[in-house]
Design a protein around this ligand. Structure first.
Ligand code: WT7
Length: 662
């Protein structure tokens, strides 16, 4: 990563928005942006209140904008009432968009189906009635473990409609990870599918739910609803398991939305932190929905004529804000894609953009990097071979984008005419925070540029004081904003300690990223996490989670996990392992590496499998017994060791730990 940051810091190419784009943009020109920022500075609450009145339909209007009495447990619009599903569906149908296509669904195998707003409203209402018939009530937690599908969106919207709090678990997580989330959330119901289809292969999903429940701790679960995706074999627990098509049969197509308080938890989404236990990030209804709508307009300049496509899975926050809620709340037509970018070949994205005439395209740097590689090997799959003239705006999310990948995205995909929004944000922020605005911001490859109006981002030192532009520091947000995390489910104390630490004065939101501002433009560049969190292909993974998975294996005595730069994935997982028996070598080492990788895949999910495992007789520790992670990171990168290693009991282990099992 360090070479990337170097090159970003020396990046001088500047790409101003075209006059043509600027002329039609929701926010047009730097003056307009500055005026909005000034308005937010002058009257912070008034700024957000006005946006909330303009963009959200309230069943009962709010009179209180921001309630800071319980800080840092902030409340927004707290005496207002609304329903998120009403705002995404009924509102559009009532406005005459009933026959407009809401979702263009493309399956892994290429089949395309379309759903209008009217149909989506009917299907969501019907499924909502089915949930109610099973006794699901406002405030109950419902775990959704579904592949990318229209049903995934329906399940989330139906929960929102009846005031149940959903918690989507990414289909790539294992039964163990699923169990932990069900247990922590105390969910009453799981919604899943028999199998999921990715890259031409059918992979079981329902068996993981059975296994999760079998592991224990899921006593709160009353039912499992199973969407029949493939017809693959499933086991059945009579009385507990129900087919999706059976539970909706005969249910009315209308369902009065449950009006909830603005602060009602719309969803929990589990994400990794610096301890082994994932955090249940709790989001609100009103503030969250507001930000999803406003950023669709500001960042994506969404227009009634757009065909919008965000490639993220609904298992991640991007799939929540920019697949399930934001685009629908704006009455947009969006593409939902079941498959992977490389199947049946690496031209899949470009062919889909061409076929569906996609105009706004939002994806992850890791996908771009893998497609650059593949286009190199298969020139016929280069984006230039497809008609991408429908594109007018591009976005990236999830990890730093290296300037080379940015330039390729700009030229080969965007035909040098589309602005790129490099959007920095997090599960906890709910939506975009720092990003170029397409009709405003001259972009610089690799920089997420400037905060949105009303987002008070800054860089501070370890004591919470501002650092000068040009100096690196901790990325913070100085004021609460409507879509911020409300708490960590079941763990308010961890919420306070993780995000509003006393060292920084207890009032600044600590993002967990390092950042630096350009001395001249003030543009932000993200330098990566400052905690023990890795970003592998845009997926957030805690090193401690992987370590606890490893030490749960009967052979393992101790483990330490660090990241190392990877040209496609951004970061790769490197695990240093001490076994309970002698350090293995040769074929035996290879065999144990395979076992341990499979084990981690089973404990967490395939995304967490270490790319590299190194065995040592012990791990390097300080005198006080702390693992010397900085040293391990340097070793993983193959860097020269500059740290003091005089405290090591056995300096010879450095040679052992330098040796990856090939
Ligand atoms: C972490 C949050 C944002 C939704 C998807 C990931 C990294 C995110 C960028 C960006 C550099 C980025 C940060 C952040 N990150 N966007 N544009 N440039 N880094 O959400 O799983 O909560 O991860 O992703 O390190 O803290 P997440």
């Amino acid at each position: 990563m360090s070479t990337t940051i170097e090159s970003v810091l020396h990046e001088t190419r500047l790409f101003p928005p075209s006059e043509e784009f600027k002329a039609q943009a929701a926010i047009s020109g730097m003056e307009a942006y500055k005026a909005l920022c000034a308005k937010a500075e002058a009257d912070y609450e008034g700024f957000w209140a006005e946006l909330a009145r303009e963009n959200v339909v309230w069943q009962q209007p709010f009179t209180v904008t921001l309630d800071e009495s319980g800080a840092p447990f902030y409340k927004w619009f707290s005496d207002g009432k609304l329903n998120a599903s009403y705002n995404c569906l009924d509102k559009n149908v009532e406005a005459g968009l009933g026959d407009k296509t809401a979702i263009i669904f493309e399956a892994d195998g290429g089949e395309v189906s379309k759903v209008t707003y009217k149909e989506l409203l009917a299907r969501v209402s019907q499924f909502a009635n089915a949930l109610k018939s099973l006794g699901v009530q406002k405030g109950d937690r419902v775990v959704i473990y579904l592949p990318m599908s229209v049903e995934g969106v329906i399940a989330m919207q139906a929960c929102a409609r009846i005031g149940a709090t959903h918690s989507v678990v990414f289909g790539g997580f294992s039964a163990h990870a699923l169990r932990d989330r069900i247990e922590d959330a105390g969910a009453v119901l799981v919604i899943t599918a028999d199998e999921q289809c990715r890259g031409g292969r059918n992979m079981p999903l329902k068996p993981a739910v059975d296994e999760a429940i079998g592991l224990g701790g899921c006593g709160s679960i009353r039912n499992v609803i199973v969407f029949k995706r493939t017809g693959g074999p499933v086991e059945w627990a009579e009385g507990r398991d129900l087919w999706w098509h059976d539970v909706v049969a005969g249910q009315p197509l209308e369902c009065e939305p449950e009006w909830v308080d603005a602060e009602h938890p719309l969803f929990l989404l589990y994400t990794s932190g610096s301890t082994g236990k994932p955090k249940g990030v709790q989001h609100s209804t009103g503030g969250y929905l507001l930000h999803s709508i406003v950023t669709m307009k500001w960042t994506f300049d969404i227009k009634p004529t757009d065909v919008y496509w965000c490639t993220a899975d609904i298992g991640w926050i991007t799939g929540h804000t920019y697949v399930t809620y934001g685009p629908l709340a704006c009455g947009a037509t969006e593409v939902v894609f079941e498959g992977v970018p490389t199947y049946p070949d690496a031209g899949r994205f470009w062919r889909m953009i061409q076929d569906h005439k996609v105009s706004v395209f939002y994806t992850a740097p890791t996908a771009i990097r893998s497609l650059i590689k593949l286009a190199g090997a298969h020139p016929e799959l280069h984006p230039g071979k497809f008609d991408l003239s429908s594109l007018r705006l591009l976005g990236t999310v999830g990890e730093p984008i290296n300037p080379e990948a940015w330039m390729w995205f700009h030229e080969a995909v965007g035909g040098s005419r589309c602005p790129i929004a490099d959007t920095w944000w997090q599960t906890e922020t709910g939506g975009h925070m720092i990003t170029p605005l397409p009709g405003v911001t001259p972009t610089v490859p690799g920089s997420c540029t400037l905060p949105l109006p009303g987002i008070m981002a800054a860089i501070v030192d370890e004591t919470g004081h501002d650092v000068e532009w040009g100096k690196g520091g901790l990325l913070v947000v100085k004021k609460p904003w409507p879509s911020m995390i409300r708490t960590i489910w079941n763990d308010p104390d961890r919420f306070r300690k993780s995000y509003f630490p006393e060292d920084l004065g207890g009032k600044l939101y600590l993002a967990g990223d390092g950042s630096v501002r350009d001395p001249e433009t003030g543009y932000f560049t993200i330098m990566g996490r400052i905690d023990d969190v890795l970003n592998v292909s845009g997926h957030r993974l805690g090193t401690m989670e992987i370590e606890s998975a490893l030490v749960a294996h009967p052979l393992v005595a101790e483990a330490a996990v660090v990241g190392k730069p990877h040209d496609v994935k951004g970061e790769a997982v490197v695990a240093y392992v001490v076994l309970k028996r002698a350090r293995p070598t040769g074929d035996e080492a290879k065999e144990i590496v395979k076992q341990l990788r499979d084990w981690v895949g089973h404990e967490i999910g395939p995304i967490a499998k270490p790319d590299e495992i190194r065995f040592g007789d012990n791990l390097p520790k300080t005198r006080s017994g702390k693992i010397m992670r900085r040293l391990l990171r340097a070793l993983a990168k193959g860097e020269e060791i500059t740290q003091d290693v005089s405290t090591l009991e056995n300096p010879a282990i450095l040679d052992q730990l330098n040796e990856a099992v090939k």
